[in-house]
Design a protein around this ligand. Structure first.
Ligand code: FAD
Length: 391
């Protein structure tokens, strides 16, 4: 069977669904192709939208991107709510970074001075202030950093809404793309693993690709293929159930001997504890490892002892799609062949915003004739990357 559409979006994780929603909202016709939409890393994630807690020193431009992306979430939720009256899982719950050792509190002080440089609101707190704000923290706590605008979204709820919206206004083809072929007319044909073919004027690749050659064989030159390859960064994560309502009321991120841990309470009673981080060569096993689970539970219970009484609902792990410089791949690879992937540790925080930047850029260029250059692929995020590279 053959299907035809203006846009074909490959991959229905948060990256692909964000593009699909932005395209719908701009009146475009589209098909999403994914064998298991919403079932990849996006299903595993914690859903923190946390620029203040996640920013790294010296990454000023990445910091700005994270802040703008977090601010965009209010707009994005309004777009979702224009399609559905159901809850989208967005929780405006503040975050508290806590320390139990002096060296770790020094780290929070350094982080706060970086927040000042970036214009991020955060407040250092002493022990009694921290315990007043979050009494479930261990009495061993010595201080904290309050970040009132680091929010969260229930990743599974919002993925469900996005899939419903896309299925209600466009099509999702449940199959895997085996190969992308460019026709003599400059259109794209996607050969699927169920032997169907979908054809379209424009394709947006939102599937993380360790080896882009597998799907794009021969379409990209070597440099470009290398530049857009992603590296898998494995992470274990735990879901608990707080039936007795004994958990924290804010999102807690604790640091101990330099190692970070987070506890994300949700209105539903779910409490998410995460996450380990390990660079691996292949995505060949998604079963969580005992050592990772042990470290997570040890650190989380040390920080909030009442977690000891909660029920374990799920242990899982996933692969963050990292790029060579940790910035997402957002741009045009070949005429009308776009990429939107590689959001690494920040897929939920970043993808709605980067999808909106991409769809706006596609709209601005729709009548332009571009030559194929590697530089163009970085253009959309160039304002964020330029200083980083010292250019
Ligand atoms: C433990 C953990 C915790 C995290 N916590 C957070 C967090 O708190 N906040 C945050 O912002 N980010 C977080 N992340 C990162 C975030 O989960 C990722 O950045 C994001 O999910 C990546 O989304 P994606 O759509 O690119 O990938 P995925 O969700 O993996 O989606 C890719 C989709 O592409 C499909 N696909 C693959 N190949 C093909 C093909 N050939 N044809 C068709 N479809 C294909 C797959 O079936 C899949 O559905 C976390 C990640 C991990 C592992």
């Amino acid at each position: 069977m053959e299907s035809d559409s203006e846009f074909i979006v490959v991959g229905g994780g948060v990256a692909g669904l964000s593009v699909a929603i932005e395209l719908l909202d701009h009146g475009h016709d589209l098909i999403v192709v994914d064998p298991d939409p919403g079932g990849g890393t996006s299903y595993v994630a914690a859903g923190m939208l946390a620029p203040a807690s996640e920013v790294n020193y010296s990454e000023v431009l990445m910091g700005k991107l994270l802040i703008e992306a977090a601010q965009y979430w209010d707009d994005f939720v309004k777009v979702l709510e224009s399609y559905t009256s159901l809850d989208c899982g967005y929780e405006r719950r503040a975050t508290l970074l806590s320390a139990t050792e002096h060296g770790d509190f020094d780290e929070l002080m350094r982080l706060q001075s970086f927040h000042k440089e970036l214009g991020i609101e955060s407040h250092l707190m002493g022990r009694s202030e921290v315990l007043d704000l979050e009494p479930t923290l261990s009495p061993k706590v010595i201080g904290g950093l309050y970040t009132p605008k680091d929010y969260q979204v229930d990743n599974r709820v919002v993925l469900g809404r996005m899939i419903e919206i896309v299925e209600g206004h466009a099509r999702i083809v449940r199959a895997r793309v085996k190969r992308v072929v460019r026709t003599a007319q400059g259109r794209y044909q996607l050969r699927l693993d169920n032997l169907d073919v979908v054809e379209g004027e424009r394709v947006v690749l939102c599937n993380p690709m360790i080896s882009p050659e597998e799907v794009l064989s021969g379409l990209l030159d070597e440099d470009l293929a290398r530049a857009v390859a992603t590296r898998p960064v494995r992470g274990e994560i735990i879901r608990l159930r707080d039936t007795q309502k004994i958990g924290p009321s804010v999102c807690v991120r604790s640091i101990r001997h330099g190692r970070w841990n987070y506890i994300v309470p949700r209105t539903s009673g779910e409490v998410v504890v995460g996450a380990t981080q390990e660079e691996v060569p292949l995505m060949n096993n998604s079963l969580p490892k005992a050592g990772g689970v042990f470290d997570l539970l040890y650190d989380a219970i040390y920080s909030v002892p009442s977690l000891r009484e909660m029920e374990i609902v799920e242990l899982s792990s996933g692969y963050r799609p990292g790029t060579y410089d940790n910035y997402p791949n957002v741009g045009e690879l070949l005429p009308n062949l776009y990429i939107h992937s590689g959001h690494y540790r920040h897929g939920f925080l970043l993808a709605p915003y980067t999808a909106s930047l991409l769809v706006q850029a596609i709209g601005r260029r729709s009548n332009a004739n571009f030559s194929v250059r590697l530089q163009r692929f970085t253009e959309i995020l160039d304002p964020y990357r330029r200083l980083q590279d010292g250019r």
